[in-house]
Design a protein around this ligand. Structure first.
Ligand code: G4P
Length: 525
């Protein structure tokens, strides 16, 4: 591809993830977005994965039982001249480190919040990762067709619970049964809710924000309330700042309802105007790789194992950071400096997995892998070595003691654990004094996948015993005294050999801090 064409292609890309708490409406809004992209799925295809009857999935048992599907991991569609990649961030029981790592591969995030509930725990966790990366975050306050919280309170939560400046792009005129529409200050119009719209969906606003022409809304007290709140925000609220949005310091806020498709197009259109095309990526060599660089590069952010014993292959998900991918190309795997031919690849087009022809920076490709790749690996073409910055480790919140069921089979047990840990499927700790293995995860699914793969790939039955510990805190080795370990905590080492304590709860952590006020404990992320 010529440089000018590559630039044009990269500029078209918008790669994002939707972050939300389960049930806020992520699936519903995803389906609406796909519809705008002209992708008509059989009704509820995205949805069906939840109930587990996702017939198109030819994937592993757990995937099928759980309804997780590779096909829904990345969804690509075209809309208004842009090529959009939505990366799925599984929630519920499917929450895992992969959910976090997916956020390393996007250029922006859409945060969907249930307007009746406000900010919920999982949103908070995912938000933190996006904030750490400094990527733009766009907020959609969903379910406006139901009675919602006071919009002022929702804005206040963004600022005070999440600590991000909020800029309402539009403002609800009522909610639930009295929902009339949206006061859209960004587009200078009122978007009428279906019960109000008789033919026309929009009413124009003049430069002062007043309704142009006659409208019964003018005398409506719900409208007047919304108007005065919007005026108040315009006067006393935050100034719209493209720079702050680009740095993730300000979030544009949109209201609407995914279920009845109200305000979703308005959101998508503004999102496309304000969201970034793929940017540069930093390397460990201290350089920045531009997306339009002619050499191909990318990194593995997720590995999905195939649980079907007859198909041992896995899929390594690669975020392309620069250049153009071509089927059959040879790349260098930075970690081993080995050359690998990328011939068996999938792209994520809508409902089907089609063989990729070309893909550019911003796109995701899935490489069939027989064990070459690890999470965080960089691949590249050209003579100049590239290694992208390491993916962060996430603090686990669930722990299990693990051992081999059959003591005679220690060898396969250790081999399996070593490889799965290396691959990034799970985290491993060892008890400081007894050497006992402890697994750490951010979601229950990781344990199930671990157990399944140990049996199927390494022929090792494992015994796992849940622990009540939930909080992992690292300690500076210089401050460590083994006597600090007590019945209220467990002292362990991580994979690098760094010491940390596992606490059962905040009470135990506080007790420790009171006892050793000079000791600094840190969480990773
Ligand atoms: P998730 O992927 O974030 O977990 O949420 P999902 O889209 O599955 O939505 C969760 C529930 O909320 C669904 O109802 C869905 O229909 C509903 N929902 C989503 N957006 C809106 C909205 O804008 N307004 C209203 N009123 N409801 C919304 P459910 O009863 O759990 O599922 P279903 O039986 O409707 O399929």
């Amino acid at each position: 591809m010529k440089k000018a064409d590559l630039e044009k292609e990269v500029d078209k890309r918008r790669t994002f993830a939707i972050i939300s708490h389960p049930d806020a409406g992520k699936t519903t809004i995803t389906e609406q977005l796909l519809l705008f992209g002209g992708i008509v799925r059989e009704a509820g295809t995205v949805k069906a994965k939840k109930s587990g009857n996702f017939a198109k999935s030819d994937w592993m048992e757990i995937e099928q039982k759980r309804g997780i599907s590779v096909t829904s991991s990345v969804m690509q569609f075209d809309y208004q001249g842009k090529r959009i990649n939505i990366l799925d961030t599984p929630g519920h029981e499917d929450f895992s480190e992969d959910t976090y790592r997916t956020l390393m591969a996007v250029d922006s995030a859409v945060m969907v919040i249930d307007a009746a509930k406000g900010i919920e725990p999982q949103t908070k966790k995912l938000f933190k990762i996006c904030k750490m990366r400094g990527i733009p975050i766009f907020t959609f306050m969903n379910k406006l067709d139901r009675d919602s919280k006071d919009p002022m309170e929702l804005i206040d939560q963004l600022e005070n619970v999440l600590g991000i400046e909020a800029y309402p792009m539009n403002w609800p005129i009522g909610s639930g049964r009295i929902l009339k529409g949206l006061y859209d200050r960004y587009n200078r119009r009122i978007e009428l809710y279906k019960t109000e719209a008789k033919g026309e969906s929009f009413i124009k606003l003049d430069d002062d924000g007043n309704i142009v022409g006659d409208s019964p809304l003018k005398d409506d007290s719900i409208y007047q309330d919304a108007r005065s709140e919007m005026d108040l925000i315009s006067e006393a609220g935050n100034q719209f700042s493209k720079t702050k949005i680009a740095n993730g310091d300000q979030t544009p806020v949109f209201f609407g309802s995914a279920l009845v498709n109200f305000g979703v197009k308005t959101f998508l259109d503004a999102y496309l105007k304000l969201s970034p095309a793929p940017g540069h990526h930093k390397t460990l060599q201290g350089n920045e790789v531009e997306p339009t660089s002619p050499e191909f590069s990318g990194f593995v952010f997720k590995i999905q194992a195939n649980m079907n014993p007859r198909h041992r292959d896995r899929i390594a998900f690669v975020r392309i950071c620069s250049g153009e991918f071509q089927k059959g190309m040879d790349v260098t795997l930075d970690r081993t400096q080995k050359s690998i031919r990328l011939s068996n690849v999938t792209e994520f087009m809508a409902n089907t997995r089609e063989n990729v022809q070309t893909a550019v920076a911003g796109d995701i490709i899935g490489l069939y892998d027989t064990g070459n790749f690890q999470i965080g690996d960089t691949i590249y073409t050209g003579k100049k070595p590239i290694a992208f910055e390491k993916l962060p480790q996430f603090t686990p919140e669930l722990f299990m003691r693990v051992s081999a069921k059959n003591v005679m089979k220690q060898k396969s047990f250790h081999k399996g654990i070593k490889q799965l840990v290396q691959e990034g499927a799970i985290q491993l700790y060892t008890n400081y004094s007894t050497g006992q293995y402890i697994l750490g995860a951010v979601g229950q699914l990781q344990f199930e996948v671990f157990q399944f793969r140990m049996k199927n790939e390494y022929n090792s039955d494992v015994v796992m015993e849940p622990m009540g510990h939930k909080i992992a805190r690292w300690i500076d080795p210089d401050q460590l005294d083994e006597k600090m370990s007590s019945s209220r905590n467990i002292l362990v080492r991580d994979q690098k050999g760094d010491p940390l304590f596992l606490f059962e709860n905040e009470f135990a952590e506080r007790w420790f801090k009171d006892k050793y006020p000079d000791v600094k404990l840190t969480a990773k992320l």
